[in-house]
Design a protein around this ligand. Structure first.
Ligand code: B3K
Ligand code: ZN
Length: 889
């Protein structure tokens, strides 16, 4: 048999055509053995349009890295003359209209380091098939619009693999000779191959049950290694909350008798929504106060919910092709965000999501890998599990929700699920359902799906006191992106209000009396003027409330306006945003001063605003903690024309230090008050406690940055006495980033202590790796090189790669972007190693280099040279090739 490398070719949405053949039923027998795994696939197939005249009878099945042992049609083995095998297909020259195809292939999951298809994670077998991994298990029509009923039998050694799982319901099991056993599973819901899953291992399980709204009892099981059973309660509780929420908010009930989650150590992303058998990265299942931070608890809740919600938005109604990926991902992210908002604080959740979007997705949208939410082409679909598909996709669904209102949106979602249940559909089908229930036309709105780039709204306001008129001139633009030079205007829902001295003013749009204090303007033109009448005082406008559209907005606020909005806007998100804008302006001013070589001085208005936050007991603690977080270096880089790494870093550090010093008493008081209050209560990951811990640890970070000796004592005492990982890791991070604590040996001692204590908990060791990779003190690359040599580091485990290599490349600019380019060479070395082991992970690591054009010439050249070095690598995976190639184009 001949193996060639699969060709890197571009696939276009416009070339989509429906499948020529369909698979009604897929019967799999998977025999797991130490040397090789045999997969027998019996597929009941038929021609999709039997009446169509002409056309060939040739059948092409997808398959990669498979060793074909046998192929037969209707029980007759085929002569090799009648089929051919390439690196990524099996071609049978002629097949009947209706037939049974049987193939037997051998694979070696024990050598599969790509973590795609069937592979081993520690001692267990597991699978990851989305998007195109099933073709590494057997020859198949591996595309989401081919949906089949699956019957799966797994056979393995009983002692080492007592648990055998697949999608659907268990139907039979039995013993075999030589200590082997088997189990058969049946999934009655037709599904694409990407939702297939199987697991074999020695697993313990925690069990619970859920009664659905129609009174059906569902068995819930979480399978983990025996040592981890004490870490699953939060995931189980989250699952039950998600099931209840989806019934209440979307009227969606679970459909099988059993819902299973399996946690594995080695996983390329967070989790996977396989029908009835979700497979999770342990990092998104395990949660225990001693080992998991508050952020970890929240992530588990969100990811468990996200995967569960896919049962409807993704599984029951799936994607026609991978250009429609955001159909399921954007919608499901929107669903999980609303769920998390309902479980905790909606404003906090919104601020967190908008921060991610504006920092990471806007950067993606402005760089060489920018792509529309419905891309027009791709080379490797794994590269399209992006912030654009997920986060911007969710923002688009949120805008539809805003335009329709909750009730019509629900009617639209009901229609969508009902009309397309059991089908593989498109983004247009989703929008059509929303359009139909509302009578709204979505023509222009769909530009959001088809055009990449972040639109910009430039607004000027003019108040005419004599006529009591406030006039807004709004201009929208969108920069060119690789796929499109000139953009058609977007429909931008701009939720807004006008703030007067006594609060929100009633709004009277020209010609229309309404008097509401908030409205959603629909911006549809390149240039648009809005006139408000009966405005009796000069207002301060509050735009984009709740961040009503994923755009950049320019309005020349004075710092005093921002201080006003920060304390008085009726919209919680915009109160945070005003603080964020105030801090951003101050930091940008410091960056300019640093570049000009002038002395840095911090605007008193920011200091006073922060003092107000720290001393006002009425402001929500979670909000205070959020507002005290200065815009990150990553965000400052995103909004900069040219990224001046050192200036950005020094400006921000200066602000942190100064605030820590000037407000030492206030930070101290906040630290002590919250610490004392928390000490009286047992740990719970509740919104209230999370806010207190976050506020207290933010205060601690400012204090240690400010150089307070007392703060180091607090940090050290907190590190030793904490009963939860949030406090313990925050204290450790404060020590690790403190020059004084490093010089005194305190930081090193704490690091050793921490490792000794947690070395048997891989996820905690990852936190330990990450906070060292993030350490901002000089010498970052040497520290990271040492971490790679550490006994606990393992480059074949994606979580470890993320904790060390990605954390350094994406979260430690000052150490990564040293002027000699050593960080770039280091990252490229790692990408080259990973390109062979795990192309998906390798490709993600290229991200920081893709932004090379935004850096000053010297650094840009060094980054570019490393991209060119990658391009010259022999045997570059499609994954890495596509990103590097686009970055250099
Ligand atoms: N659908 C999966 C992601 C699969 C990624 C494949 N490379 C997880 C999720 O979004 O729910
Ligand atoms: Zn998803």
């Amino acid at each position: 048999m001949l193996f060639r490398d699969a060709q890197a070719k571009t696939i276009h949405l416009k070339d989509y055509h429906a499948p020529d053949y369909l698979i009604d039923k897929t019967v799999l027998r998977i025999q797991l053995k130490d040397d090789e795994t045999l997969v027998t696939a019996a597929l009941s197939m038929r021609r999709a349009q039997p009446d169509r005249k002409g056309g060939s009878n040739e059948l092409t099945l997808d398959g990669q890295e498979l060793e074909l042992r046998k192929v037969s049609i209707d029980n007759t083995e085929l002569d090799p003359a009648n089929y051919g095998v390439t690196a990524d297909s099996l071609i049978i020259s002629s097949v009947p209209d209706v037939f049974e195809l049987e193939t037997v292939v051998a694979t070696k999951p024990q050598n599969n380091t790509s973590l795609e298809g069937l592979y081993k994670s520690s001692k267990m077998y597991c699978t990851q098939c989305e998007a195109e991994g099933f073709r590494k298990i057997t020859y198949y029509l591996d595309r989401p619009d081919v949906m089949a009923e699956f019957i799966t039998t797994i056979e393995a050694d009983k002692k080492r693999y007592p648990i055998l799982l697949s999608n659907g319901n268990p139907v039979a099991q039995g013993e075999l000779e030589n200590g082997r056993h088997w189990a058969t599973w049946h999934d009655p819901f037709k599904k694409p191959a990407y939702l297939f899953a199987m697991v074999a291992g020695d697993l313990a399980c925690i069990e619970d049950s859920f009664t659905t709204m129609s009174g059906r009892d569902i068995d819930l099981r979480i399978y983990v290694e025996d040592k981890d059973v004490d870490k699953c309660d939060h995931a189980m509780a989250s699952l039950k909350s998600a099931m209840t929420w989806d019934e209440e908010v979307y009227g969606r009930e679970y459909d099988l008798e059993l819902f299973m989650v399996v946690a594995v150590d080695d996983f390329n992303m967070g989790a996977m929504e396989n029908k009835g058998l979700n497979i999770f990265n342990t990092s998104c299942v395990f949660a225990k106060p001693e080992t998991t931070t508050d952020a970890g608890f929240q992530r588990v809740e969100a990811v468990v919910a996200h995967e569960y919600f896919h049962n409807w938005s993704g599984n029951r109604v799936t994607c026609r092709d991978w250009f429609q990926l955001s159909l399921k991902e954007g919608f499901t992210v929107f669903r999980d965000a609303e769920f998390s908002a309902d479980m905790g604080s909606p404003t906090v959740k919104r601020v967190e999501d908008v921060n991610l979007l504006r920092t990471m997705q806007f950067a993606e949208d402005g760089g060489p890998t920018a792509h529309p939410v419905q891309p027009a082409s791709f080379m490797e679909i794994s590269n399209f599990y992006t912030l654009t598909i997920y986060e911007k996709g969710s923002e688009i669904v949120r805008m539809i929700h805003a335009l329709l209102g909750a009730e019509q949106f629900r009617a639209g979602s009901d229609l969508y699920f009902e009309r397309h249940d059991g089908q593989a559909v498109t983004i247009e089908d989703f929008v059509a359902a929303m359009s139909e229930v509302s009578g709204r036309e979505f023509g222009q709105f769909q530009n959001w799906y088809r055009q990449a780039g972040t639109p910009r709204l430039a607004i000027t306001g003019d108040y005419n006191a004599a006529d009591k008129i406030y006039r807004l001139d709004i201009k929208q633009t969108c920069p060119a992106t690789p796929e499109c030079e000139k953009k058609a205007p977007f429909l931008i829902p701009l939720r807004m209000g006008l703030l007067g001295s006594e609060g929100d003013l009633p709004l009277f749009l020209e010609g229309k009396a309404n008097g509401e204090t908030e409205l959603v303007l629909e911006i549809t033109e390149g240039e648009q003027t809005i006139i408000f009448e009966q405005v009796y005082e000069q207002p301060v406008p509050s735009f984009l409330r709740g961040f009503s559209a994923p755009v950049k907005l320019d309005f020349a606020y004075s710092r005093d306006d921002l201080v006003q909005l920060m304390s008085r806007d009726s919209d919680g998100f915009n109160r945070w945003e005003a603080c964020n804008q105030l801090a951003l302006g101050v930091l940008q001013e410091l960056v300019s001063a640093y570049l000009a070589g002038t002395e840095l001085s911090l605007d008193k208005r920011l200091i006073e605003a922060y003092r107000g936050l720290l001393t006002d007991p009425t402001t929500d603690k979670a909000m205070v903690a959020l507002m005290l977080n200065l815009p990150t270096e990553a965000y400052l880089s995103e909004v900069a024309e040219v990224i001046e790494v050192e200036a950005i870093h020094q400006a921000r550090q200066f602000a942190r230090r100064t605030l820590g010093q000037v407000l030492e008493d206030e930070f101290m008081a906040v630290y002590q008050a919250n610490d004392a209050q928390l000490k009286d209560q047992p740990y719970v990951a509740s919104g209230e406690q999370i806010a207190m811990r976050s506020l207290k640890n933010t205060a601690l970070a400012y204090l240690t940055q400010g150089g307070s000796a007392m703060a180091l004592e607090f940090a050290s005492e907190q590190f030793q006495c904490a009963d939860n990982m949030t406090d313990s890791s925050a204290a450790l991070a404060a020590l690790v980033n403190s020059l004084a604590a490093n010089e005194g040996g305190m930081a090193e001692a704490a690091l050793q202590d921490f490792y000794q204590r947690w070395q048997d908990e891989p996820l905690v060791v990852n936190l330990w790796f990450q906070l060292q990779a993030w350490c901002l003190l000089p010498g970052g690359l040497d520290r990271v090189l040492a971490l790679l040599e550490h006994e606990a580091f393992d480059i074949s485990n994606p979580n470890k790669v993320r904790a060390v290599i990605a954390a350094f490349g994406m979260g430690n600019a000052i150490n990564f972007h040293t002027a000699d380019g050593a960080g770039y060479t280091f990252l490229t070395d790692q990408i080259i190693t990973l390109n062979k082991l795990n192309p998906q992970i390798a490709s993600r690591l290229v991200t920081p280099l893709t932004k090379w054009r935004k850096y000053p010439p010297q650094r840009a050249e060094l980054m570019k040279a490393q991209l060119e070095r990658l391009l010259g690598e022999p045997a570059l995976s499609k994954d890495v090739y596509e990103i590097v190639n686009k970055s250099l184009a």
